[in-house]
Design a protein around this ligand. Structure first.
Ligand code: FEO
Length: 171
């Protein structure tokens, strides 16, 4: 059985993951508007992955016979000053999500809730990859600077990303 404070934290995380999907779809729209289809593709897949994160929390709460509670999702920004500004926001956002996951883990451990701690460890690992993926693009954009050909080549690279559902969420 989930303790009420742990359940509340998990429901808050569903909201944070939904916001992440909303933010990345917004960024996909921004990149479509400036004709960087590869960046838009990367963001769309990022949003799809976030929805699988929502599904993990949703399923876990239900598996523990507790009640999912949905709240209003904040409106994300719709415009960014440049591709680099948008990707830097992705990196900052993922760092903030990592902090939220860490807070969930800390609470689960305080409450001696080892099942929830075990469930959350997938996210602890995932956040390392999430931060690294965004930072890699930020670093590429720093190297590219104002070079339009470099930006085009990166766009072609990001167009290759495909959505692969994580194993547990694919079932
Ligand atoms: Fe679900 Fe990108 O963190």
């Amino acid at each position: 059985m989930l303790k009420p404070n742990v359940l509340e934290k998990l429901n808050q995380q569903i909201n944070a993951e939904l916001y992440s999907a909303y933010l990345y779809y917004s960024m996909a729209g921004y990149f479509e508007s400036i004709n960087l289809k590869g960046f838009a593709n990367w963001m769309t897949i990022q949003a799809q992955e976030e929805l699988t994160h929502v599904a993990r929390f949703f399923d876990y709460i239900n598996d523990r016979s507790a009640r999912v509670n949905m709240r209003a999702v904040d409106a994300p920004s719709n415009d960014w000053a440049s591709p680099r500004a948008a990707i830097e926001d992705v990196y900052k956002h993922e760092c903030a999500i990592s902090e939220k996951i860490n807070e969930c883990v800390t609470l689960a451990l305080q409450e001696h809730d080892h099942s929830t701690n075990g469930f959350l460890q997938w996210f602890v690992t995932e956040q390392v990859e999430e931060e690294a993926a965004a930072d890699a693009i930020v670093q590429s954009l720093k190297l590219i600077g104002d070079n339009t050909s470099g930006l085009f080549m990166l766009d072609v690279e990001l167009a290759k990303r495909v959505f692969v559902p994580p194993p547990a969420a694919a079932a």
